[in-house]
Design a protein around this ligand. Structure first.
Ligand SMILES: [Mg+2]
Length: 271
């Protein structure tokens, strides 16, 4: 296909996008985003998704996207489950005792990677999103941190957008552990670290300067896109914490349809 051109940018030949707050909010699709991705799919524009969300496997995210009308295969989705297990595999041998707070897909992936989730005295604590977080889990994490365990957080987000507002996210849990054990420095594997974007870029096989990173949060999506050397595009929203950052996107849009401002197949940008 011919690359999309916009007034501000050289051609776009690959698209990497955040999920929550861009494709959907919670379980509610964002219709303009669905239309944009359907158009890109029809045009043969390669795209991939990067999400800090660790509550679903890549296959589950792909099914969710397909369910709301955005064609997606599991290979197109890069999330903090695979990022966390990749970090574990790089730094700790299989069999290492790990305590994880998270939902079943994260726990299953850590276990499938060969780590012992049931041992006493964990050497590593993985903090992920857990809608059933309770005092006992927090206590186990904090006791492990006090005993010197390494802390890995799937993502730094303090809030996550849902259909009727925002819910507390992993950053709140991480802050609780740091409040109890100020000496710990958690390793965060999700955005703003560029790891997920680098994985997605490798999948797309496109050049950095021709690939865009779309997100709704400056401190994570846009910071990660900039760190990875991509052109970053902020989907403007009511995200309440976007003001508290000095991260600058390359472009701000109000809907993904703004990126379709060249006719499909057109090589000439509109004037
Ligand atoms: Mg988001």
């Amino acid at each position: 296909m011919q690359a999309l051109k916009t007034r501000e940018f050289p051609p776009i030949r690959g698209i990497i996008s955040d999920l929550d707050g861009v494709a959907y909010r919670g379980d509610t699709a964002i219709p303009s985003s669905v239309r944009a991705f359907r158009t890109w799919h029809e045009q043969g524009m390669p795209y991939a998704f990067v999400t800090n969300n660790s509550t679903k496997s890549a296959a589950q995210f792909a099914a969710k996207l397909t369910g709301i009308g955005i064609p997606a295969e599991p290979e197109q989705v890069f999330n903090t489950i695979s990022a966390a297990t990749a970090l574990l595999a790089r730094r700790w041998p299989q069999g290492t005792p790990v305590f994880a707070i998270g939902e079943q897909p994260l726990l299953a992936a850590i276990e499938a990677a060969g780590y012992d989730l049931n041992a006493a005295d964990p050497e590593v604590v993985v903090l992920g999103f857990d809608s059933t977080l309770d005092y006992a889990k927090l206590r186990t994490a904090i006791r492990a941190a006090l005993a010197g365990a390494t802390i890995i957080a799937t993502n730094p987000d303090v809030l996550t957008p849902v259909h009727d507002g925002y819910d507390p996210c992993v950053g709140v849990l991480t802050a609780a552990v740091i409040a109890a054990v100020p000496s710990v420095t958690p390793t965060v594997v999700g955005k703003p670290h560029p790891f997920l974007i680098e994985q997605a870029l490798e999948y797309l096989g496109t050049a950095k300067h021709e690939t865009i990173m779309i997100g709704d949060q400056l401190a994570t999506d846009i910071a990660a896109g900039n760190a990875a050397g991509l052109r970053s595009i902020l989907l403007a929203s009511d995200v309440p914490f976007n003001l508290a950052t000095d991260v600058i996107p390359h472009r701000v849009i109000s809907t993904l349809l703004d990126l379709l401002d060249a006719a499909p197949g057109s090589a000439v940008p509109p004037s």
